[in-house]
Design a binder for this molecule. Structure first.
Ligand code: GDD
Ligand code: MN
Length: 363
């Protein structure tokens, strides 16, 4: 029976696979462990490398996901693929110190002097932990994000942004259906999604420089982090993406009036032509903004950008019909303001649902 499953999310980590498995073997002697690599179809052939290693070591498995990207969701799939009672999450690039895994496991189970924990976090910011080779600027940014996260979600942790942690299966199960899954901060997501605060503990470690390959975290990561925080703060009432979609919609109204004023009032073009142009410009700007922000993780580029735009036009065309239809129906009974608001809400709701299903089909 397996005691501990180590989940390793990978994207282009081929050169690190063998070394990580070797180090896990050294660190976890005496523990019945397995390693589940969850690879998002890395072009460098990470999955093939893992399967080759699995031929030599049955403790190693590979879950390969096609057509999808996302660190948190990859880890979730890895956890769902195992029956182990305890799960650890660790990066493939050897930045996390695998040698503290036994101490984490002991802390989870509890000792003579310490109560068991539900979640044990490898922490860079607790006494004894550290950052190897980080400049002051990077450390400041990391500490700022940590403070922000702790303000939004009271975690009681020094390092809630850690990607290195261990948890009980029951704890994960309590949260799995409520997770946002956005971005790469699964620990924060987990802590914010649990119905009651878990018992947490931290073990210090020094965050090492990446061994081989390069980091995947770019500007999109900052964006996904904000999306996660919004979702955890307001997601109970309103999905984060709907909030963003609506904000983009409001910006579209401003764009519409700006263009209309320019064409109709300033350039003295015919009203219908001005109105039609303003509508088209606003729709295009809404599409571009939603594509860059609301659906940044599913962004269309190149030819696909134009195809997405066409579906967006078509869907929003129906949205206008729904909007005007509802508003017209309510106008007689409820007065113009309520009718207009209801029309806008139904139109936006339709646009959101339909573009989410067609233009940015969630993967
Ligand atoms: N399956 C999958 N899909 N894995 C991914 C993806 C993805 O889209 N993106 C990144 N990974 C894997 C990488 O291959 C690596 O094993 C791990 O996730 C972390 O990615 P890095 O690109 O090395 O991230 P980092 O070093 O900048 O960030 C790390 O530090 C943070 C703390 O500062 C991560 O460990 C974070 O989880 C951690 O919070
Ligand atoms: Mn890394």
């Amino acid at each position: 029976m397996i005691e501990l499953s180590v989940i390793v999310p990978t994207y282009n980590e081929r050169p690190n696979v063998g070394e990580l498995i070797r180090r896990l073997g050294v660190a976890l002697q005496g523990i019945r462990w397995e390693a589940v690599f969850v690879d998002d179809d890395s072009p460098d052939g990470t999955a093939a490398e893992v399967r080759a290693a699995a031929q030599a070591d049955p403790r190693v498995r590979c879950v390969q996901r096609l057509g999808r990207r996302g660190l948190s969701r990859a880890v979730v799939e890895g956890v769902l693929s195992t029956a182990a009672p305890v799960i650890a999450v660790i990066d493939a690039d050897l930045q996390h110190d695998e040698s503290i895994l036994p101490a984490m496991l002991a802390r989870l189970r509890g000792t003579a002097t310490e109560a068991p924990a539900d979640v044990v976090v490898g922490s860079r910011y607790v006494a004894g932990g550290g950052l190897d080779g980080w400049d002051a600027q990077r450390e400041r940014m990391s500490r700022f994000a940590t403070a922000l996260a702790n303000r939004m979600v009271a975690t009681g942790l020094s390092d809630p942004m850690s990607g290195f942690f261990m948890m009980k299966r029951e704890t994960f199960d309590l949260a799995v259906r409520r997770l946002s899954g956005e971005g790469y901060k699964l620990l924060l997501d987990l802590l914010a999604s649990l119905p009651t605060p878990p018992r947490v503990a931290e073990i210090p470690y020094t965050f090492r420089p990446r061994r081989a390959g390069e980091s995947k975290l770019d500007s999109a990561v900052l964006w996904e982090f904000s999306l996660l925080l919004i979702d955890k703060k307001f997601g109970r009432w309103i999905p984060a993406r709907f909030l963003l979609f609506s904000m983009v919609g409001i910006s579209g109204v401003a764009v519409h009036f700006a263009v209309l004023t320019l064409l109709y009032q300033v350039a003295h073009l015919a009203f219908t032509a001005s109105q039609a142009t303003a509508t088209l410009v606003a729709m295009t700007s809404n599409y571009a903004l939603n594509n860059s922000f609301t659906y940044r993780d599913q962004r269309h580029r190149g030819l696909s950008w134009w195809r997405g735009l066409l579906t967006f036009y078509a869907i929003c065309g129906f949205g206008v019909i729904a909007n005007v239809g509802v508003a017209g129906f309510l106008f007689e009974r409820q007065g113009w303001a309520l009718a207009a608001a209801a029309g806008a809400l139904v139109g936006t709701g339709w646009n959101y649902a339909a573009t989410r299903a067609v233009t940015w089909r969630s993967r």
